[in-house]
Design a protein around this ligand. Structure first.
Ligand SMILES: [Zn+2]
Ligand SMILES: [Zn+2]
Length: 172
């Protein structure tokens, strides 16, 4: 597991204090959707993952999801090189699951689209399991692993990743 701290991805500071979560029922899995370059998983392209995470933080903080978030909406972000980015981190309320659904589950994002790079590779799936284990160990996450679409009207996290979630979110 390769943890990328907020300092390492040059995160902006949150604009307000996080709301603390003592524990959750588990984790919800998300994808970026849209177009993610098909060659993102190639070994030399990891720098682009850092750009993507910064872009998502900028969009969330600029109000791209309807309101200005205090930070990136996700607790953790996983990339196809098996790196694990600290978003809001453990014990902090996320903003990605939908109104009323954020205190029950942490939010973990996979850098995966619905065009270009659309089928999760083994390193991405392992990074997701790393994130789930990290949030259990450091954030008192419970056993549930669900998709964003569970309880919320969205295609997220896309069919391939949702199938993996439904089959038990196991290591490949
Ligand atoms: Zn989502
Ligand atoms: Zn990467």
């Amino acid at each position: 597991m390769e943890l990328i701290t907020r300092g390492e991805w040059h995160a902006k500071k949150p604009t307000a204090a996080y709301t603390r979560l003592s524990s959750t029922r588990g984790v919800k899995i998300h994808y970026t959707g849209g177009k993610v370059p098909a060659d993102l998983p190639e070994p030399g392209n990891h720098d682009r993952c850092l750009d993507l995470v910064r872009d998502i933080q900028r969009m969330h903080m600029a109000g791209g999801r309807g309101e200005r978030y205090i930070d990136i909406g996700y607790n953790m972000v996983c990339c196809p090189h098996r790196h694990l980015f600290v978003g809001r981190g453990p014990h902090h309320l996320p903003a990605a699951n939908g109104a009323g659904l954020n205190s029950e589950h942490y939010a973990v994002l996979a850098l995966l689209g619905d065009s270009g790079f659309t089928e999760p590779n083994d390193d991405l799936l392992n990074a997701l399991v790393d994130a789930i284990e990290y949030l259990r160990e450091h954030g008192d996450a419970g056993d549930e692993v669900k998709g964003h679409r569970d309880g919320y009207e969205t295609s997220c996290p896309g069919d391939p990743l949702y199938r993996w979630v439904r089959e038990g979110a196991a290591r490949p």
